[in-house]
Ligand binder design. Sequence first.
Ligand code: NDP
Length: 328
Amino acid sequence: MFKALVLKKQDDADASVSVDDLNISDLPEGDVLVKVSFSTINYKDALAITSSSPIIKNYPMVPGIDFAGVVEESNNDSFKTGDKVILNGFGVGEKYWGGLAQKARVKGEWLVKLPEKLTEKQAMAIGTAGYTAMLCVLALEKQGVTPDKGEILVTGASGGVGSVAISLLSKLGYEVCASSGREEFKDYINSLGAKKIINRSELSEKSRPLGKEIWAGAIDSVGSHTLANICASTKYGGVVAACGLAQGFDFPSTVMPFILRAVSLLGVDSVYHSIEGRKEAWMRLEKDLNLEHLTKMTQVISLDDVDQVAKNMLENKTFGRIVVDVNL
Ligand code: NDP
């Protein structure tokens, strides 16, 4: 038997959330069985667990888009018993049973090996949010946004993607301007390496087609008017990596920043990103992430706490990263 968070749904009511005892035989098919050590709560998990958005494709569902753990059984040539592995996305916790459980059975092709210098707990402190932040940094780098080009804006600064993005960029020598709606996290955001903080209200109202040229690049996890304002205030030839929708999924912009200032808007998706790209991102996280910052941005909870913390996250009452110790 093992413990798992289970979402069950009847008719049109919101899904119920409970921590249940399951049998190994209840797990779905897959060629690798993993003893999960840690999972996390990302924004998408919070939407799924609270039934706030149609993330879950079938019920009953074990949510959790991330996990790190140890291989217990493998029929996949790339993995053997005892290997430490990470899973991010691939529809796990949405279409397939996920990481908020003590065991998971998945396809080996979705797994990457845990980088040697990271623990399973650190990997989940990074989680999908941090791995996505790294994908955004890589996207800027690949478009030639080097530290000498100017200031980089990071929105949703006190959240998971934002916190890791600020820490990574500052260690890589970029000057970071953070946008946050929460005054109480000013010291925290500064301590991750942001040189300047602006209030998110400066970006959240309807945008003009073009504004003053300010940023050489941006990592945006907020979307909506914020993303439109960012594009309008990005310097000539600048690059904006867009990965989130914390303000909204709309994008009320014009083509002006793109056709008059050659601004590039890059979409970043973590869920179906290639295995090669994942390995590159995890290798860079191992090398470039300040682990003291990671500790500072991480809180650890148990499976029993997940339901409440998911609600808190959608009410913007959490910060940084939430790790779930599934064995607590
Ligand atoms: P968090 O909840 O940890 O952080 C989101 C942050 O956004 C908050 O901390 C807050 O920062 C800010 N925010 C919240 N509400 C609003 C609002 N109404 N308007 C403007 N800003 C707001 O979530 P994550 O960091 O885990 O995820 C952030 C976004 O990125 C989500 O939309 C998520 O779905 C998306 N995402 C996408 C991925 C992909 O593959 N494309 C992967 C991972 C995440 P502050 O209080 O400092 O302003």
